[in-house]
Design a protein around this ligand. Structure first.
Ligand code: SF4
Ligand code: SF4
Length: 313
């Protein structure tokens, strides 16, 4: 087991406020999206692992919560400045101006990902040329378009300024819309029991140890500590109140979470008497492995006690 007080990659949705309201949005972000207070955000930063190689700040639209975003960046600089942590910002780019870009750079963001270049977003890339000029004017390099997943690109002390752009397409790593949030409401989630969302980047695979070609990454959805970006039915812990490393150390003892770490959600019930055959049959009916995972944590396994619901009865 790796040192759980050292996180290779942390993905944090600190707001679900957004100027857009895309049909495929997995976390129901929008103008009425859920928000957190600045105090809660600061408490979360205090509870993060001691060492983090990269932190990806996302939303919602982070720039729609500019005041809190700036406060988060200041606090991250206090905690991790000088330790080589790369600060990345995922934004739809709609609200970015020269003045905001200057402030973000000054506050320590070194990587910008414009994650809105697809058919679901209102502007679907209409600002791309304008953004390219804006980044170029500030010396932000645009040669690496794809999200940076290679460790060599962020395990360095000095991070050159860079930006890239991408969006939701069926063939990118997430393999179709997650069965979550507005994608569920709009019925545009990916129905394919053969696609294992858990075993690709953003899934649960490697959340404790890292996996082949995939960094050890966890996600925090507002305050909910998750092994993956889609998020489990209940969170593993509350980052406002608990040390993230302690939450990870607790779940790491459970064979259920060891299976998630292997990217094998169909096998996660075996240690508590839910066979792979049952999981496969339900996955075939539900048409999506994350929906099977929801059912497992709702009906069979208690997230708080980390025990089978049947053993407890
Ligand atoms: S997908 Fe992105 S831009 Fe669209 S509503 Fe969700 S957070 Fe906002
Ligand atoms: S199967 Fe569960 S743990 Fe794996 S990606 Fe889906 S929701 Fe996350």
């Amino acid at each position: 087991m790796s040192d759980l007080n050292h996180c290779e990659s942390l993905y944090w949705v600190f707001t679900q406020l957004c100027n857009d309201k895309c049909d495929h949005c997995y976390n129901l972000s929008g103008p009425q999206g859920e928000r957190m207070s600045e105090a809660d955000c600061m408490a979360i930063i205090d509870n993060l692992p001691e060492r983090i190689d990269r932190i990806i700040l996302s939303g919602g639209e982070p720039i729609a919560e500019k005041k809190i975003l700036y406060a988060i960046l200041d606090r991250l600089k206090e905690r991790y400045g000088g330790s080589g942590t790369q600060i990345m910002l995922q934004t739809n780019g709609d609200l970015l101006t020269g003045e905001i870009l200057d402030t973000l750079i000054e506050k320590g963001v070194t990587r910008f990902d414009i994650a809105s270049i697809d058919r679901y977003h209102k502007h679907s890339g209409a600002r791309l040329l304008e953004l390219a000029e804006l980044f170029e004017s500030r010396g932000v390099n645009g040669d690496d378009k794809d999200p940076l997943i290679e460790k060599e690109t962020y395990l360095v002390q000095e991070h050159p300024l860079s930006w890239g752009y991408w969006g939701a397409t069926d063939d990118m790593w997430l393999g179709g819309n997650w069965a979550r949030g507005r994608a569920m409401e709009k019925d545009i989630w990916k129905r394919d029991p053969a696609h294992n969302f858990c075993k690709v980047l953003s899934g649960g695979v490697g959340f404790l140890t890292g996996a082949e070609g995939i960094p050890q990454e966890i996600s925090i959805q507002l305050w909910r500590i998750n092994p993956c970006c889609p998020g489990t039915y209940k969170a593993m812990g509350d980052a406002r109140k608990e040390k993230v490393a302690e939450v990870l150390a607790r779940v790491a003892q459970s064979p259920v979470f060891q299976k998630i770490n292997e990217g094998d959600p169909l096998g996660m019930g075996e240690s508590v008497g839910v066979s792979r055959e049952i999981a496969e049959a339900r996955n075939a009916e539900l048409q999506n492995v994350c929906l099977w995972c929801d059912e497992f944590f709702r009906d069979y396994f208690d997230m708080e006690t980390l025990q089978s619901k049947f053993q407890q009865a």
